[in-house]
Each structure stands twice: as C-alpha cells, then as structure tokens.
Write a protein that binds this ligand. Structure first.
Ligand SMILES: [Zn+2]
Ligand SMILES: [Zn+2]
Length: 151
C-alpha cells in the first residue's frame, strides 16, 4: 500500500497488511480530521516507511501514547504514532491504493455528534475495543469478505 498527503510532498509505503481497520468517532479525531469521523487502519511500525518529504512532517504529541503527524505544507492529517505499542494508525483517506482489509468496526461511538449518524451495520463500541472484540471483528470481516459481501 502507498499513501500521500494532499500536496503530494509527503509519501509513505506500507509493506504488510493492516492489522485492523475501523472508524473512530472520538472528539480528538473529529478535530484532527476536520470531519465527523476518522477512518483509520493499524500497521506494525516496522512495516511503515516515509519515502518522501519526512522533513515536512509536523508533530503534535496529543498524549504520551499518541503522536499526531501531518504535512506542514498542505495540512493533511496523515497518521498517528502509537508510542507505547509500536503501531502506526494510518488515516485511510491518505491511501493512494486500496487497503488490504475492509473497515471492521466503529469506536468511541458515544462521541458521535448529533449531525452525524452510523448506518452501515458494523459493530459499535464506546471507547476502544478489547483485544477479544478486535479479534472477533476481524474474523467477522473475513467471513463477510469470504461471503462476497465485500470484493
Ligand atoms: Zn502535503
Ligand atoms: Zn479517535
């Protein structure tokens, strides 16, 4: 998979499939994305590399666990570094190729603003999913893919 920002100056490459993917409705993702929700996918950090424009990447440490990264030229929110578990959360809207898996769940759904709604039938969690839930959602997504619901 490959991705880039709006102006094209920052480009990244991912060499392994997404470990999970979903929509986050938390208030911080709403601010960072400027939209009702954020479509994100987790990759193991060693599989992720910036191939162009690393010097243009800005940083904002939201918490000790989460560093937001964005293009300082065009402002695109691109990915989040999860500092405590060595994961990268890609903003899927920055992908230039299809993700390796389909979106599997909605998280932080209690923070969904009144002007937005969820109507795709995917599992909804308030907060972060447990490891067990994340595994279950991944299995469900695989089953749906196998059944041809997703290509
Ligand atoms: Zn840019
Ligand atoms: Zn969020």
């Amino acid at each position: 998979m490959n991705g880039s920002c709006l102006c094209g100056a920052v480009r990244y490459e991912v060499s392994a499939p997404l470990v999970y993917a979903g929509y986050c409705h938390c208030t911080q993702c709403r601010k960072f994305s400027g939209s009702a929700l954020s479509a994100f996918g987790g990759v193991n950090r060693p599989a992720f590399s910036i191939i162009e424009g690393a010097d243009l990447l800005g940083s904002y440490d939201k918490t000790v666990a989460t560093r937001m990264r964005f293009c300082t030229r065009c402002g695109s929110s691109m990915f989040t570094e999860k500092l405590l578990n060595n994961m990268i959360h890609l903003r899927l809207g920055t992908l230039d190729t299809d993700p390796s898996v389909w979106l599997q769940f909605h998280v932080h759904v209690a923070s969904t603003p009144p002007w937005s709604s969820i109507c795709d039938g995917l599992p909804c969690v308030d907060g972060d999913p447990t490891d067990q839930q994340a595994n279950d959602y991944r299995d469900q997504a695989r089953a749906l893919n196998a059944a041809g619901r997703h290509v």
